[in-house]
Design a protein. Structure first.
Ligand code: C2E
Ligand code: CA
Ligand code: CA
Length: 828
């Protein structure tokens, strides 16, 4: 059957099943919310009207019957409330309804018995009534259990103090007279006492609810209201009935009736579903109300004495004394709870303070001191009267690889392990701090000298290597340490400045240690300072320099010493630094080698040099079919013009992709491989496998290999035999002395001899004058370069130079290119 549109079904006759279905799901959710949210207020209005109606009744009989009405309506309201608001636990509400029903039943029974001429007191009516009230007590405690947290000892004590105070009054003026009434049987007395006893119980609960910290939802306020109204009726009733002054239709009946109406209203209020939700525990404040209530309650005993004295009543010493003692003890307990509360507040505050302080001064990952705390301790140490202070900067070697390969969690594990290892290898007086990342700092406060600091550094280097298992790999991390030492400072201000200096110096020393191969420590030397600071600055600048093309090449001609012809040019790189000016390779090449920047830089140099080499030779003009003039590139098969000699770093040639890169660059430039020479210093370990194959591949293409700075490195002659090469460059140091030192001359002669036998060419470097040139020529040296011929120059100047000296046959010539070496001398 197709579903009916929602709107149309009201117009269709309902089947019985549909009717049942509709009733089962009543109340419908949605548009009927107004009833749900306002039922309680309607009911309250109805209740007040009923109460007013009661007093308008003409006869006591009518009143007797009518009186039961609000109570019964309240029971219905409670059941309706459960249905409307569906509390997660309806049982306490059902209990409340049952309690009210029972007490109502008690009232009915009492009325009935009276009608039948039977004295209803004591009778089954009292059983119903008292039982009902007990159930109501249970229901309220059950309902409000979330509102009166067990931990709130203060409010419980307050309620007890009030209850005991009232109980004292009740006993003296209400219960004692009942007990002393000799006309009553024991059962009658017991039943009569049960009523005020329950009142005291209800009063205690009421006070407990009122004093509970936090704000109350409306349903709870209505419940409290019901209790207040009920007690406002019940207490006067008890006194009145004692003196026989109660009659039906007394104004106090209104209290009972309004009370009943409020029970029902509480259940009809939407917040009744949330009544059991625990409230946020709030601090109990001593408001004026609470203080007044407590003072009044605890002064009940003297009040009783005064009243008795004034009215001439008999003073019940044991009872008043007991009440006095109990109240006193409760007040003491309350004081204790106040003190306890204060103490916990103070404790919490102190805990919070230390925690905040700890967080501000410690590294969250390792729990070590942070930079702030470290600096503070350092200053303190420097303010001492005597002795040395040592600061160490530790940077873990290759920590990045752990992070990159296994993620940050693994990195964190390594850091924590290393931190712990550092901590345990130091004395208690020393401070270990984590400055951030993989940087640590250590303060040795017990006056160490250089030697002792070195011993500790050695221990820390070993400590850093603590093995850490990361995803199946056992990592053992190295470290580099920089140490700075100082005596104590003369003043507090001086200490602060000195602390800064010490930390900077240790940082610099650490950089030096890193540069000198990792896994070592270095003690700071003031002389290194300037140089190293510049190195550190340059290191960061290097990264941008490549992309911003701050480098440029110069070329120094290499002369055939027999003919004077320019056989080749050596490419030499310079860095036009934006602030420092033109920098010589010695200032940044070693740095670029340590950071790895040499690989992209070297690539740039090679491609630039190859393209320039093509452009060096006089261009041949040709006209294409479209009539555009272009440069005709020299044919790769027939090398033409001087070769270009490019310096390589060992780092570059060890890079596995080097041979491919070089081949690509050559192809892209159009340079004949025969016009390219690669210079490697003798110290570069050519036995590296990648280097070996790269050299083999490139030589197979026709690229030649030169051994640079020959004579200064460590290569033995036998090692030299194993390495295939084509050119040998004699280091400038031999050339300089060739004319003055007989031994150097012998070395040069020996090298030339060796070269002849190995069938390689020789280039003498750094020829500065004609005497040196003459000696080298006499000894049979084939090629030379040096300031005697030309200084390194930019491409345009080189082209002029080449044009002017094409076909020169006088080997004694000397041309000086525009002097620029001045700019290359590093600042002193
Ligand atoms: P090197 O390969 O021995 O280069 C020769 C150096 O000696 C050059 O210094 C050159 O200017 C200088 N020189 C040439 N003739 C004379 C002379 O008659 N007297 C004196 N006193 N010096 C002369 P430069 O340009 O400062 O280069 C220094 C070193 O930097 C080079 O030594 C080379 O090892 C390295 N280098 C230069 N350019 C590069 C490059 O592009 N890549 C790499 N990896 N290293 C380079
Ligand atoms: Ca060179
Ligand atoms: Ca050289």
């Amino acid at each position: 059957m197709p579903a009916q549109p929602a709107d149309s079904r009201w117009f269709l006759p309902l089947s019985v099943r549909q009717l049942v279905q509709r009733l089962r799901t009543w109340p419908p959710s949605g548009p009927r919310w107004t009833l749900r949210s306002s039922a309680w207020i309607l009911f309250l209005a109805l209740g007040v009207a009923m109460t007013v109606g009661y007093f308008l009744l003409p006869t006591a009989d009518a009143m007797d019957l009518y009186y039961q009405l609000p109570g019964m309506v309240a029971v219905v309201a409670i059941l309706l409330g459960i249905r409307l608001h569906r509390p997660s636990d309806a049982r306490p509400w059902v209990a409340l309804a049952s309690g009210l029903t029972l007490s109502s039943l008690g009232d009915w029974t009492s009325v009935l018995l009276s009608r039948l001429g039977i004295n209803p007191f004591p009778s089954v009516a009292d059983v119903f009534y008292l039982g009902g009230m007990l159930v109501v007590v249970v229901a309220i405690v059950w309902l409000a259990r979330g509102r009166i947290p067990g931990g709130d000892r203060a409010s419980l004590l307050d309620a007890l103090i009030v209850a005991v105070g009232v109980a004292l009054l009740t006993w003296v003026f209400l219960m004692a007279p009942i007990v002393s009434d000799t006309t009553q049987s024991l059962l009658e007395i017991a039943v009569a006492l049960a009523y005020p006893a329950i009142d005291i119980l209800l009063l205690g609960i009421m006070v407990r609810l009122i004093l509970a910290p936090g704000s109350h939802v409306m349903a709870v306020r209505l419940l409290i209201g019901a209790l207040v109204a009920f007690l406002l009726a019940d207490y006067p009733y008890a006194f009145l009935s004692l003196s026989g002054g109660y009659y039906n239709g007394n104004i106090i009946d209104a209290g009972w009736m309004i009370g009943a109406v409020l029970w029902g209203a509480a259940a009809l209020h939407p917040s009744m579903a949330r009544i059991a939700e625990p409230v946020q525990p709030a601090e109990v404040h001593f408001g004026i109300w609470r203080l007044g209530l407590l003072a009044g309650a605890s002064l009940m005993a003297p009040a009783v004495l005064v009243i008795e004295a004034l009215t001439g009543g008999r003073i019940d010493v044991p009872v008043v004394a007991t009440g006095c003692v109990v109240l006193f003890l409760l007040v003491i307990a309350r004081l204790d709870s106040v003190v306890g509360q204060l103490r916990t507040t103070l404790d919490q505050r102190r805990l919070l303070e230390t925690e905040l302080e700890r967080r501000a001064l410690h590294d969250p990952l390792t729990g070590l001191a942070n930079r702030v705390l470290f600096h503070d301790r350092l200053e303190h140490a420097l303010c001492r009267r005597e002795g040395n202070v040592a600061v160490m900067f530790i940077d873990l070697d290759d920590f990045k690889t752990v992070n990159d390969a296994h993620g940050h969690a693994a990195g964190d594990r390594v850091l924590t392990a290393v931190a712990e290892s550092f901590r345990s290898s130091l004395r208690p007086g020393d401070t270990v701090a984590r400055l951030g990342g993989d940087e640590f700092a250590i303060l040795l406060a017990e006056s160490p000298d250089r030697y002792e600091a070195g011993v500790v550094a050695g221990r820390l280097l070993r400590a850093a290597q603590v093995p850490v298992n990361v995803g199946g790999f056992v990592y053992s991390i190295g470290a580099s340490i920089g140490i700075s030492l100082a005596g104590t400072a003369s003043s507090v201000d001086a200490a602060s400045a000195l602390a800064d200096d010490l930390m900077r110096d240790a940082d610099i020393a650490m950089y030096v240690a890193k540069g000198q191969g990792k896994g070592t420590f270095i003690v700071f030397e003031a002389t290194e300072h300037k140089e190293v600071v510049r190195g550190i600055e340059l290191r960061t600048d290097l990264e941008t320099a490549i992309s911003e093309e701050q480098f440029e090449l110069e070329y120094q001609p290499i002369i055939d010493l027999e003919s004077g012809v320019v056989a080749g040019v050596e490419a030499l790189v310079r860095w036009r630094h934006p602030t420092l000016g033109l920098l010589a390779p010695a200032e940044f090449i070693p740095l670029a080698e340590t950071t790895g920047a040499i690989v992209p830089l070297g690539r740039w140099i090679l491609s630039q040099a190859c393209r320039h080499a093509v452009a060096m030779v006089p261009a041949v003009k040709s006209v294409t079919s479209k009539g555009v003039t272009t440069l005709a590139l020299p044919q790769p098969e027939e090398p033409e013009g001087p070769y270009v000699s490019v310096n390589l770093s060992a780092v570059q040639i060890a890079d596995p992709g080097f041979a491919d890169t070089a081949t690509e660059i050559l192809a892209a430039s159009g340079l004949a491989p025969g016009r390219l020479v690669l210079e490697l210093t003798e110290t570069a370990r050519l036995d590296h496998i990648a280097a070996g194959t790269a050299i083999h591949d490139l030589r197979a293409m026709g690229v030649r290999l030169a051994i640079d700075d020959f004579g200064t490195g460590f290569a033995s002659l036998s090692q030299l035999r194993r390495t295939p090469f084509d050119i040998l460059k004699i280091d400038r140091s031999f050339v300089t002395a060739v004319a003055t030192d007989a031994r150097d001359e012998a070395v040069v002669t020996g090298i030339l001899d060796l070269a002849r036998r190995l069938e390689v060419e020789v280039v003498a470097e750094g020829i500065e004058d004609g005497v040196q040139l003459a000696r080298l020529r006499a000894a049979g040296c084939g090629f030379g370069q040096g300031f005697h011929f030309a200084e390194p120059m930019r491409l345009p100047e080189l082209r002029t130079f080449l044009r002017e000296h094409a076909g020169v046959t006088d080997p004694g010539f000397r041309v000086r290119a525009r002097a620029r070496r001045g700019s290359l001398v590093p600042d002193a």
